[in-house]
Design a protein around this ligand. Sequence first.
Ligand SMILES: [Zn+2]
Length: 338
Amino acid sequence: MELHDRYSRQVLFPAIGREGQKRLAESRVAIVGCGATGTAVASLLARAGIGKLLIVDRDYVEPSNLQRQSLFDEADAAESLPKAIAAARKIGAFNSEVEARAEVADLTPENIAALLGDAALILDATDNFETRYLINDFAVKNGKPWIYAAAVAAYAVTMNIIPGETACLSCIFPAPPEGTVETCDTAGILNSAVNLVGSIQATEALKFLVGARNRLRRTLLSFDVWSNDRAEVAADRPRPGCQTCEQHDYVHLSGQRRPQITLCGRNSVQIHERHRPVDFAEMTGRLTPHGTVKHNDFVLKFWRDPYELTIFPDGRAIIKGTNDTAVARSLYARFIGS
Ligand SMILES: [Zn+2]
């Protein structure tokens, strides 16, 4: 690889050096989720010269994202661009050497192997435990390292999972949190908490990719940037009896735990339909008598007071304006079909 001035300051850091930089250029990393954490870590890793970045995200850019999602701008929000597409375009503008691939998709048991199978490292930048347990099952089963990261309000938490060596997500949290969970939509979020966790995650990724494995942190680390409370829990070995790493019972990967409808944030419901291809032009004609409709190549939006439906080409829909899955099902059935 020809060494470029671009990376000169990073190469000067002895633990990276020329050999490390070369390894980064040959690396393939997948980032699942491209919200606040995802844009932070994608930006850092793309600037650091990771060769191939895959960005998987199911959402579109909204004005309320701009406070913390550092790869997006007002034009992206005005166009409702899918986040993965907008992020890959921004990366192309500041580092065209990086091969950034956008995948506008919901990560599922059916597509996870095809999407993440060739990544050397998986970075969690999702906002939900359902997807994290799915990643954990896949990663443990395939011996692939991944890095958990989450942030809400002023709180950030992260853990490196190296299958066969460290604890996995199920070792630490045997079951997903029950009932309602605080999210960025309910508890708010400071952009500094997100950037902290993205920075830690990106640094751990660099250590792994350049081969500095003895430097990888082997704890669950949490930090509250407002109170300055900090905690670390040992995670250096698997928990005896762990359903995932010891019993190899991959319930999330087998799809047994997958709901077809989920609450996503405050006052919205997602219908995980994936096999109902939608013709946006035809659908626009169908919906126009019932409300306001707008679409581009990636997403169709339909406003019918007090609801807002966002429909994707595969039939997946996010219905805003309700927490009631029955209402959401009904709206979907009425306007999209089921
Ligand atoms: Zn485990």
